[in-house]
Design a protein around this ligand. Structure first.
Ligand code: GLA
Length: 747
């Protein structure tokens, strides 16, 4: 049992393998308070941390003085307008104009399993694996019932949260804010970690001290965005990969969000996460319910590395549904950087032929095959093949590619509409636009109004027709602009505030229909590179294109930030041509492959045009992928060194769950003169086991590799890289360990 209710003390006890979460109910008023989250503790009375008996002022004895008490009480979900001046989690507008929400405990349920959330992506688990606590609260004043929902994933040290709000009255209510989670705790001199970015620079790790007041990251771009990421962690100062207390909070949502930490006058912090309230409104008629998206919480006592592994395991076991999750993905070659819009059947077949000869397994035809699209100014929405380019039609091309022994994949951008398209000429009102205003173009395109069923049905039909027209086994679903001018002719003026969320629900519905109708399709999500890389999209696709920046060196920090919270198996990564198209840098062909091997692996270049020498390396790289991908996809990830931090080199490793093998990737970004070989201490191995460096006779103890380290010989030149593959080898064991095995200090 991972959830218990201690009736005598009125405490909910939520326990995972290594963590505990405690919620207390304050008897008289029915406040629901946060007592504790952290390392595992035994069940016991611990409600003193609610500090319900501390009088606010000297010499006051009124320890419930409202404005002081509510403003310091550690709540599980903050109300609004009732004396808690920190961030509220919920706001309404009732018929009488009131915004106040004052929630009180009513009852609770503990159920086995993990309920889904209608219309939204959410984690899943069997009835045996997970328990769920629902804390029922209500505010009779405004007539709402609010459920706080907690699911406890014992094995992964994860607790998920979400919130549902029901109109329990007899008049319409307008919700203007519904966050998904709130945690109050005493500040322990925490630092905050977030992921910021831009196009081609996604998910750069940033750490900052937590100051008094509010610090947040957010998106109002209609998607999770390049710029900020729906994730935050807070951790004790000095936290590194192996030590320190870390709390991670991640949003299972692909639209506008806020992730915020606020430090109060009493040195407590309030962490909140949810749909951004700016512009948000949602009407609830009597009896209707709104459910906010899920938040994933994890705690690690052993630094960032353990947080990472908790999240990787959680997403692999409980979020990604695709049948490809545990499979090698076909090594693909994508023609985007090879040809951009300038291609035809002959060019694609020439690429496919050479690709097949070199062991590549799938050709992906990117943007530019439909309507009359020869640049980014036209045809989105016209999802019929351009036979001037694809001579003989799509089926002919796919059949020819299949004959060469390759699978075929296709690019689509179904959420968009070009003003120069048959679709727009027929249905100009299908694009988002505010009445009486000219909508803003971005990349020469508008966004389809996916709040409308007829638009979703049209999009669905187009995508389905394309996929059914030939043997298409992979789709890259792109989304190349952020939302503006969000207005719909379908909804009345007072409901326009629902559109940003309805858009996201529309995207989810489309992808749900797609994966249901084509369960064998391999779907890769994408958004101008990695602008919509989030757990919500992983519910539909097992992989997401990480960034349009394919330079091996730029990718080091982009992939480090991505790997911090996402399994390597989800990270779209390709070898591209040099000089690199985004930064103009030239790196060795093998380094590009070593970096791409951390992800799904593929090529993004014109194989017919690269040098003979590079082409000749492709079969070796493909066989490395086949050799290592099971380990990379399923193993435990350890970050050993960060180029972002040291400016010189990068190193990460993946260790098999049973610790029988490990792959270390080392990148020497800058060569230096007259230096010793570098010593790297490995992580996550079995200290009592011996490991042979694959391809050699060299055998080392796991204890030696982790505590003394291994030497990396200095390579000559910049941007050089090496892979080190260690496999179990017991030849040393008898000699080395005559005394009991040493205890592993850090894994
Ligand atoms: C986005 C994607 C690219 C490519 C282009 C096509 O930028 O990230 O990989 O597909 O769109 O327009």
């Amino acid at each position: 049992m991972s959830i218990r209710y201690d009736e005598a003390n009125r405490i909910f006890e939520l326990d995972t393998r290594n963590t505990s979460y405690r919620i207390g109910i304050v008897d008289e008023e029915g406040f629901v308070g946060h007592i504790y989250y952290g390392q595992k503790i035994r069940p016991q009375k611990c409600d003193q941390f609610l500090r319900t008996c501390e009088a606010p002022f000297v010499p006051s004895k009124n320890n419930r003085e409202r404005c002081s008490f509510m403003d310091t009480f550690p709540t599980e979900y903050s109300g609004n307008g009732i004396g808690d001046y920190r961030e509220s989690c919920i706001a309404v507008k009732t018929a009488n104009g009131s915004r106040t929400v004052d929630l009180k405990f009513v009852d609770y349920d503990i159920v086995n399993g993990k309920p889904g959330i209608s219309g939204l992506p959410a984690s899943f688990a069997g009835e045996e694996e997970v328990q769920t606590l629902v804390v029922h609260m209500m505010d009779g004043g405004c007539g709402i019932d609010v459920d706080l929902i907690y699911s406890v994933f014992e094995d992964e040290d994860v607790i998920t949260r979400s919130v549902s709000v029901k109109n329990a009255g007899d008049r319409n209510i307008r919700l203007t804010k519904v966050y998904s989670a709130c945690i109050d705790m005493d500040d322990e001199d925490f630092e905050m970690l977030t992921l910021h970015g831009s196009w081609a620079r996604e998910r750069q790790i940033e750490r900052r001290p937590i100051a008094y007041g509010k610090q947040s990251v957010s998106s109002l771009r209609g998607e999770s965005s390049h710029q900020d990421h729906p994730f935050m962690a807070w951790m004790t100062k000095g936290t590194d990969q192996t030590t320190g207390d870390v709390y991670g909070m991640h949003f299972v949502y692909s639209g506008n969000f806020i992730a915020q930490i606020e430090k109060s006058q009493f040195d407590s912090i309030r962490a909140v996460m949810g749909i951004h309230s700016e512009g948000f409104e949602w009407w609830l008629t009597p009896g209707e319910t709104f459910t906010a998206p899920e938040v994933v919480l994890t705690y690690s006592h052993d630094g960032l590395g353990q947080m990472t592994r908790n999240l990787h395991d959680f997403y692999r076991c409980h979020m990604i549904r695709s049948r490809y999750l545990h499979q090698k993905r076909p090594v693909l070659i994508n023609n985007w950087e090879a040809t951009y819009f300038d291609f035809d059947t002959d060019k694609l077949l020439a690429i496919a032929k050479s690709a097949a000869e070199h062991g590549i397994e799938m050709l992906v035809m990117d943007d530019g095959w439909f309507g009359h699209r020869n640049d980014d100014a036209t045809s989105l929405g016209d999802w019929f093949v351009n036979e001037n380019k694809i001579k003989g039609g799509l089926k002919h091309l796919v059949d020819e590619v299949n004959k060469l022994g390759l699978k075929f994949g296709i690019w689509m951008e179904p959420e968009m509409i070009s003003p120069d398209s048959e679709l727009y000429r027929k249905h100009p009102d299908w694009a988002f636009a505010v009445p009486e205003r000219t909508a803003t173009l971005s990349r020469n395109q508008y966004v389809l109004d996916l709040s409308r069923k007829e638009v979703r049905d049209y999009v669905c039909e187009c995508v389905h027709n394309v996929i059914s027209s030939a043997n298409i086994e992979y789709v890259k679903w792109d989304m190349n602009r952020q939302l503006t001018d969000i207005g719909s002719v379908e909804f009345t003026g007072d409901r326009q505030g629902e559109l940003a969320h309805r858009y996201v629900l529309g995207v989810y519905e489309l992808q749900e229909r797609l994966v249901n109708d084509f369960p064998d399709l391999l779907l890769e999500n994408c958004s101008g590179g990695g602008a919509r890389f989030d757990p919500g999209m992983l519910y539909y696709s097992p992989q997401i294109w990480c960034s349009d920046d394919t330079d091996a060196i730029e990718r080091l920090s982009i992939q480090e930030g991505t790997e911090l919270i996402y399994p390597l198996s989800t990270m779209g990564a390709h070898v591209s041509d040099c000089p690199n198209h985004t930064v103009g840098r030239s790196t060795p062909f093998m380094t590009r492959a070593h970096v791409a091997l951390a992800g799904t692996f593929g090529y993004e270049l014109d194989i017919t045009k690269i040098s003979e020498e590079e082409r000749a390396m492709i079969p070796e790289q493909v066989s490395m992928y086949h050799k290592y991908n099971d380990l990379v996809r399923e193993g435990d990830y350890y970050r050993v060194a960060s180029y972002r931090e040291n400016g010189l080199y990068d190193c990460w490793m993946v260790v098999a769950k049973d610790k029988s093998e490990a792959l270390v990737t080392y990148v020497q970004v800058l060569g230096r003169p007259n230096v010793h070989s570098r010593k790297i201490k490995l992580l996550g191995l079995d200290v009592a086991a011996d490991y042979r460096l694959d391809g050699t006779e060299k055998v080392y103890g796991g204890d030696l590799l982790m505590n003394a380290g291994m030497l990396i010989e200095t390579m000559r030149g910049d941007y050089m890289s090496r892979l080190y593959h260690f496999v179990l080898d017991n030849s040393l064991t008898c000699l080395l360990y005559t005394s009991p095995s040493p205890r592993d200090p850090k894994t």
